[in-house]
Design a protein around this ligand. Sequence first.
Ligand code: SF4
Length: 683
Amino acid sequence: RDERIKKTKTVCTYCGVGCSFDVWTKDRKILKVEPQAEAPANGISTCVKGKFGWDFVNSEDRLTKPLIREGDTFREAEWEEALNLVERKFTEIKSEYGPDSLAFITSSKCTNEESYLMQKLARGVIGTNNVDNCSRYCQSPATVGLFRTVGYGGDSGTIKDIEKAGLVLIVGSNTSESHPVLSTRVKRSHKLRGQKLIVADIRKHEMAERADLFVHPKAGSDMVWLSAVTKYIIDKGWTDHDFIQQRVNGFEKYKKSLEPFTLEYAEEATGITRENLIKIAEAIHEAEGTCVLWAMGVTQHIGGSDTSTAISNLLLVTGNYCKPGAGSYPLRGHNNVQGASDFGSMPDRLPGYERIADEKVRAKYEKGWGVKIPEKPGMNNHEMIEGIHAGVLKAMYVKGEEMGLVDSNINHVHAAYEKLDFFVVQDIFFSATAQYADVVLPASPSFEKEGTFTNTERRIQRLYQVFDPLGESKPDWQIIMEVANRLGAGWNYGHPSEIMEEAASLSPIYAGVRYDRLEGYNTLQWPVNADGTDQPLLFADGTFPLPDGKAILYPVQWSKPIDFGDEYDIHVNNGRLLEHFHEGNLTYRSKGISMKTPEIWLEVSPELAEERGIKDGTLVRLTSPYGNVKVKTLVTDRVQGNEVYLPMNDSGEAAVNLLTSSFSDKDTDTPAYKETMAKMEIL
Ligand code: SF4
């Protein structure tokens, strides 16, 4: 065999399903991707992105040297010069305005170890809790809903456990395009094992078409129908009485809070018929276990945390926790959005979700790191943008996050970037965000480094280095360490395993996570005990990580969708396409994908098309109070009435966040991307 041909185990860097596979290479050429039958998340397949989405690694557009701004342009620089500049500016800004004038964003495409180091840099070296990651843009509301009710924010069980459910209820998730391999498991159990499937969504995507029952609630009304179904179940006496008695607090108060949510009220508020509401309640009652899968259709609203809470409440009253084939599955978007939060890149939590406000927790980290940690929670990424506009935040360090395209209301975000005194962007490409930077540091993608990722089911997996870093690019963990050391940190990590060792020594939920336990295709699902035993199924012993071991039924109220006024009469739903990932920085640079889907389109309903004289390919402009996009249309009955669907996969004239607002979930500041209204004109 040609000795230059080698096989390396890695983990997909697209969605949160976290498929593992071997990648076959010859020199820097990628020959094939080969999923292994025993791979934990995916079995024997990948989706199109996992299979063909890797050309970007060798793209000519890769950054291979640091860049320094000179006026309106950039020039290449040596690492020494670029890092000297970062050191000098961070030091000056900290000394003039204090540590809270700096902010740090980690990437949910980077490894756990890199996210750990980014928050350690912010807290332990700079002295600020201004650190966040992109879970703020997606699943933070789900985490809050689960923290409130069951104590852990992760998926209740494994992806395979979903197959054991009698009923899968999918709410606001385009699962077959956003989490393709996971959806394959659901499709298989639905078709072959008689598993019931109910889908609630405003768009008739593939899972909706396959469902036994598909309901189309009015946009932003999920909390209402979920509460009405729960009330109906309670009124019928279909609750799991023993489960509630032994394992749940707050039933009477919660029951009272449901009084307004009658079937009549829900029918009016959501548009779901009384008959269908009853059918959903009956299906849950009759099923041997219900799993609820949800995503951004639930969370990206002003009441996203409350709707997530309502889901968990429903599961609690019906006893759908503590067993396989039941529970909460908030599907994580990016490959490592779970890990970025797990490892402490949040303004109010240290690794393992321990609270920064807890003196004992801070004392533990202060002892471990040998530094003082600030007590005051920091700014989240939404507050950072407002902080820049307010003149409070002066410098930012954004690692691997295309914040300038994926944050909402990007005209407002870009205006903020222009006000920064100093902006460092670390990425593999000269991204839209990098255009506003003062220094751009060239990083290496997953194929060029070692580390671990944590997927949606809390599964920690190792990735191995396939190629050497391209040009002078470096793994993010090395760059962060160099920045930290210039600021006096004295870190000396020789390998990511040493970073993990440190994180595991400080955070109870990773106590037993070690690289030798993660060799090859071995995995661990947190929480992991010191002896290496893990918990694929959360709450398996019937207790919850809450004060008396019991879950909590948490009353919530409905936040009605934002009223943008009659002028804006088109509801702009938005989300993923199967082939592309977010702004498309990776997938448009992967030939096998960009050839198949070179551009996006706006889905318009047949009735709206007829009313406005729109055909396939008509160029339209959508204008919201915040900006406008130009895009061609596709007429399809996947959408209804004045609801259109704009994929998020464009970085130019059709970039969806030119339209979205700065409104956000009231509990987490997750942008209310799904509450976007616009007016439409034909061009
Ligand atoms: Fe990658 Fe997700 Fe596709 Fe798996 S399902 S190959 S993790 S994008």
